[in-house]
Design a protein around this ligand. Structure first.
Ligand code: MV4
Length: 460
C-alpha cells in the first residue's frame, strides 16, 4: 500500500544548525520542542558558545573567519555526516540563501531546511523574481521585468516611459547592494556604466534592471509559510522602515496605519505567488509602501532576524513551522485560522558604539535582562561572554507584545530601562532615545527617517 503524505513525513531526526549567535539558540529550542536532536557547530572564536553545551553534539569546523567556518560548505557537510544529521538549518545570513549550498545539501542526501535550490535561485536573481511576481499578480514597482539592453536609445526610451527619477539595480544585488538613483536624463548612461561595472565585480553578472525611484516609501514586508503539498498562508505584515545603512534597527508588527482591506489582496497575491513557484518553508515578500500603494521589491527565502514580531502577533511558531514543512508535514493551519492580535516591537541590541556605530568587542562583565508579561529576549550572551570582533554585532533581540501600539511602546521603554549590558558598548542608549521620539510614536516614519533623526540629534 502506498504511504500517505503524513506517513512519508518525518524525514530526519537530527538537525545540524549551520549558524551561530542568537539564532542558533532559537533554532535549537525549536528542534528540541519538536523532539529532534541537534548538532551545533562553531568556529574557533565561538568555542565557548552556550548553545554548544546544550546541543546533542558540538563540532568546531574551522578558524574564526566566517569564510573558513560558517561559509565553508564542505566542512559543514562533513560535520553533518560525522554527527549523523539528516537535515541542515542554515539560519539567516551565511549560507541561508545560497542555492549551490541548498543543492549540495540535497545531493549529499540531507534535507535543506528552506526552499528548493531552484526557488532560491529564482529569487536571488531580482529580475526573475520580479517576473515571477508579476505573473502571479503581485504589485511591483513600475519598470520592465527584463534586463536592460545595451542599446543607449532603447535605455533612454525605457527611462522616459517610467519617468524620472529612476533607479538602476543589479539583478545579482539586493539588500541595498548594487543600486544607483538617476534623477534626470543627463546622468543616465554614466549611472548605468558605473552600476554595470560594480555589478560585474561584486556579483559576477553585468545584468541590470530599471525601476521608478520611490522617494519616501516605507518598508513593509509580508511573512509566508508554505508546505510541500500546495498549501500556503500569510501571517500578516511587519514594518521595517527604521533602518540605518540597510541595517534594520527596530521592527514592528503589524505595520501601523495599514487598513486590512489594503493589505488583504497583497497578502493573497503573495500566497498565490508561492503556490505558482512551488515555494516551500518560510519566506518574506519585501514591499515599498508609498501613497497608499504596495510595490514588491525582493523576496527573502530565509528565516529572518525579525520573525519574532510576527510570532508574537500571529501566535505561530515560525521556526517550528519551517522545520515541519521541511520534514514534509502538511501545514497545520489554514488562512482562516490566522488572526493577528495586538502589537509587537523588536529592538536589535548591537555591540557597537552608540555614537560612531563601530563594532565593540570584549567581555560582557554584567548583564541584566528584562522579564515580565509580553517581554521576550532572544540572545546567546551571558555575563562573562566574550563578544568576538569577527561577526555581526547583534547580541540580543528585545521583543515586546501588548494589546495596542502605544502600550507596546510603553512596554519597550520599560524593557529597555531594565536592560543592562556592561563591559562593551551597545546601542541601548540610542534605542531608549528613539522610543521617546514623537513622530515614531505617531507611526510617521519612512525608510529615511532614522538617518535624518540621527543627523538632527548629532547637530543638537
Ligand atoms: C528602492 C527604493 C526606491 N525605489 N527601489 C534598498 C534595499 C533593497 N532591498 C531595495 N532598496 C530600495 N529600493 C525603488 N524603486 C529605495 C530603496 C531603499 C530602501 C528600501 C528598503 C529599506 C531601506 C531602504 C533604504 C534606502 C533605499
Amino acid at each position: 500500500m502506498p504511504e500517505t503524505l503524513e506517513q512519508s513525513a518525518g524525514r530526519f531526526d537530527t538537525v545540524l544548525i549551520a549558524n551561530r549567535g542568537e539564532i542558533a539558540v532559537r533554532i535549537q529550542r525549536a528542534c528540541r520542542e519538536l523532539g529532534l536532536k541537534t548538532v551545533a557547530i562553531c568556529s574557533e572564536a565561538d568555542r565557548q558558545a552556550p548553545y554548544g553545551k546544550t546541543a546533542d553534539s558540538f563540532l568546531c569546523i574551522g578558524p574564526s573567519t566566517a569564510a573558513k567556518s560558517y561559509l565553508n560548505q564542505d566542512a559543514i557537510l562533513l560535520a553533518a555526516r560525522l554527527a549523523g544529521a539528516g537535515a541542515i538549518h542554515p539560519g539567516y545570513g551565511f549560507l541561508s540563501e545560497n542555492a549551490a549550498f541548498a543543492d549540495a545539501v540535497e545531493k549529499a542526501g540531507l534535507v535543506f531546511i528552506g526552499p528548493t535550490a531552484s526557488s532560491i535561485a529564482i529569487m536571488g536573481d531580482k529580475i526573475s523574481a520580479k517576473r515571477a511576481m508579476m505573473a502571479a499578480g503581485v504589485p511591483c514597482v513600475p519598470g520592465p521585468d527584463t534586463a536592460l539592453p545595451d542599446d543607449p536609445a532603447t535605455i533612454e526610451r525605457i527611462a522616459l516611459e517610467i519617468g524620472y527619477p529612476v533607479i538602476i539595480k543589479a539583478a545579482g544585488g539586493g539588500g541595498g547592494r548594487g543600486m544607483r538613483v538617476v534623477p534626470k536624463a543627463d546622468v543616465l548612461h554614466e549611472a548605468i556604466a558605473l552600476t554595470r561595472e560594480e555589478a560585474r565585480k561584486a556579483f559576477g553578472s553585468r545584468s541590470l534592471y530599471m525601476e521608478k525611484f520611490l522617494e519616501h516609501p516605507r518598508h513593509i514586508e509580508i511573512q509566508v509559510i508554505c508546505d510541500d503539498h500546495g498549501n500556503a498562508v500569510w501571517l500578516g505584515h511587519r514594518d521595517c522602515s527604521m533602518q540605518r545603512r540597510h541595517q534594520k534597527v527596530v521592527e514592528e508588527a503589524p505595520a501601523p496605519g495599514i487598513a486590512p482591506d489594503t493589505i488583504q489582496p497583497v497578502g493573497l497575491s503573495c500566497v498565490q505567488a508561492c503556490l505558482q513557484i512551488g515555494y516551500r518553508g518560510v519566506g518574506t515578500f519585501e514591499f515599498l509602501y508609498e501613497d497608499g500603494a504596495f510595490y514588491f521589491i525582493e523576496m527573502n527565502t530565509r528565516l529572518q532576524v525579525e520573525h519574532p514580531v510576527t510570532e508574537m502577533t500571529s501566535g505561530v511558531d515560525i521556526v517550528q513551522a519551517q522545520i515541519r514543512a521541511a520534514q514534509g508535514h502538511v501545514l497545520d493551519l489554514i488562512q482562516g485560522d490566522v488572526t493577528c492580535e495586538g502589537h509587537s516591537f523588536e529592538c536589535r541590541i548591537n555591540a557597537e558604539d552608540p555614537e560612531t556605530f563601530l563594532p565593540s568587542a570584549g567581555v560582557v562583565t554584567h548583564l541584566a535582562l528584562p522579564a515580565g508579561p509580553g517581554i521576550r529576549v532572544d540572545t546567546h550572551i551571558h555575563a562573562g561572554y566574550k563578544v568576538s570582533p569577527y561577526y555581526d554585532s547583534l547580541i540580543a533581540k528585545l521583543i515586546v507584545h501588548a494589546p495596542t501600539r502605544a502600550e507596546a511602546m510603553a512596554r519597550m521603554r520599560e524593557a529597555l530601562a531594565g536592560t543592562e549590558v556592561e563591559g562593551i558598548s551597545t546601542n541601548i542608549p540610542f534605542l531608549r532615545a528613539l522610543f521617546e521620539d514623537g513622530a515614531f510614536a505617531q507611526g510617521e516614519t519612512d525608510i529615511h527617517y532614522l538617518e535624518q533623526w540621527l543627523k538632527l540629534r548629532r547637530a543638537a
